[in-house]
Design a protein around this ligand. Structure first.
Ligand SMILES: [Zn+2]
Length: 149
């Protein structure tokens, strides 16, 4: 990062703010050479490590697709869905990582989804946790019941 005044490469970050959309980070920097301040806008590149180990760019639409599928026929409005995805994206981006496992993203979906609708939660959990039998459902339902009490 070159200083726009003296072209020096050494600068210190004095303030960082993630933009509202979470896609870029605005940094105030202090040049160590001339001590002037300048701002940079840096794009945050977030990659998702898929289960097969390949990388792909973070895409909130994919989270939305998964949540929409789980919420089919349930009384969850479009704005609720957006809130869930927003919460997930915020959580994921606030970690400040450059890579995140798709598994961790799935995990981040569970909590906000449960608050909106337990049936949608159960559907999502069955895919995310790879339910194989009725017992898996029963166990999850037991856990949900315990939470409610
Ligand atoms: Zn400078």
């Amino acid at each position: 990062m070159h200083c726009p005044y003296c072209n020096a490469t050494e600068s210190r970050v004095v303030d960082s703010r993630i933009s509202e959309d979470g896609y870029s980070i605005r940094r105030r920097r202090l040049c160590e050479n001339c001590e002037r301040r300048f701002s940079t806008n840096e794009t945050i590149q977030l990659c998702v490590v898929k289960r097969d180990g390949t990388l792909e760019a973070f895409d909130r639409q994919k989270i939305m697709d998964g949540v929409v599928k789980s919420a089919q026929g349930r009384p969850i409005t479009e704005s609720d869905l957006k809130k869930i995805v927003d919460a997930v994206e915020e959580k994921v981006r606030s970690l400040g990582l450059s890579q995140i496992d798709s598994y961790d993203i799935g995990h981040a979906v569970l909590e906000p989804l449960r608050k909106f609708d337990v049936i949608a939660y159960l559907r999502y959990a069955s895919v995310y946790k790879g339910f194989k039998s009725l017992d898996d459902y029963i166990n999850e339902i037991e856990k949900l019941k315990k939470r409610k009490n």
